[in-house]
Design a protein around this ligand. Structure first.
Ligand SMILES: C[S@@+](CC[C@H](N)C(=O)[O-])C[C@H]1O[C@@H](n2cnc3c(N)ncnc32)[C@H](O)[C@@H]1O
Length: 210
């Protein structure tokens, strides 16, 4: 119970940070006079952020929410949650895509995705850092339809902290780091291969625990 309090506090903090960032981005875009705001939620997961976008208190604009994730189950759950919470007519302005963003960009069957005013990548960019090439390709595909003057909002992990945690685990010949706020497992294959003095952490596979 006590152990979970830390991770719950982290989750609340993460949600607060995302909420502030999302509201700020919507305000920026709408104050520039955009009437229909297109948003692309990259690595959307189970749709934790869709309601943050759709319920931000801006009544004068129409919001088109687009979401892409590699995991079909996550997208199905996001759609289900949305159906439970939104009036039917709102759902028509939402699009969902399943795909690996390191490999391809979300595209409609016969045309490109409309230009996006906001591209949001929340707690997911680090998954693309298997190599420099996959990170570049991910960012290229995620932002390919971002319009001129559009906003890219990202939250991700602090790689220097992850590096520090990895070093501490490796020193103890363990593959888990744990403190009062977080528990992270490191992959037994990729951790020994990493340069522990590096400032750039590529290819280190981590699994955060909730
Ligand atoms: C930690 S979750 C974050 C979900 C959501 N953005 C949030 O903040 O609640 C990371 C998500 O990234 C997705 N993901 C990881 N690699 C991906 C990739 N290459 N392409 C698309 N989605 C990916 C996972 O399936 C997962 O749903």
């Amino acid at each position: 119970m006590q152990e979970r309090q830390g991770s719950r506090a982290m989750k609340n903090l993460n949600n607060l940070v995302k909420d502030v960032l999302i509201r700020w981005s919507l305000q920026q875009v709408t104050s520039a006079g955009v009437a229909t705001v297109e948003v692309l939620d990259v690595c959307s997961g189970r749709g934790g952020d869709q309601m943050k976008f759709l319920q931000a208190p801006i009544s004068t604009v129409r919001l088109c929410y687009n979401a892409v994730d590699i995991a079909e189950a996550q997208i199905l759950e996001a759609q289900k949650r949305l159906r439970q919470r939104l009036p039917l007519e709102w759902l028509e302005s939402c699009r969902f895509f399943i795909g690996d963003v390191t490999l391809l960009a979300p595209t409609l069957p016969d045309e490109p995705l409309p230009w996006q005013h906001i591209v949001s990548i929340q707690f997911a960019l680090h998954y693309a850092f298997k190599s420099k090439a996959s990170a570049r390709s991910f960012l290229h595909n995620a932002t390919g339809r971002l319009c001129g003057g559009g906003l890219l909002i990202i939250t991700t992990v602090d790689s220097s902290k992850i590096g520090e945690f990895a070093r501490q685990a490796a020193e103890k010949q363990e593959f888990v780091f744990k403190n009062e706020l977080a528990k992270i497992s490191f992959d037994e294959v990729s951790l020994p291969r990493c340069d522990l003095d590096s400032k750039v952490w590529l290819g280190l596979s981590i699994r955060p625990h909730r």
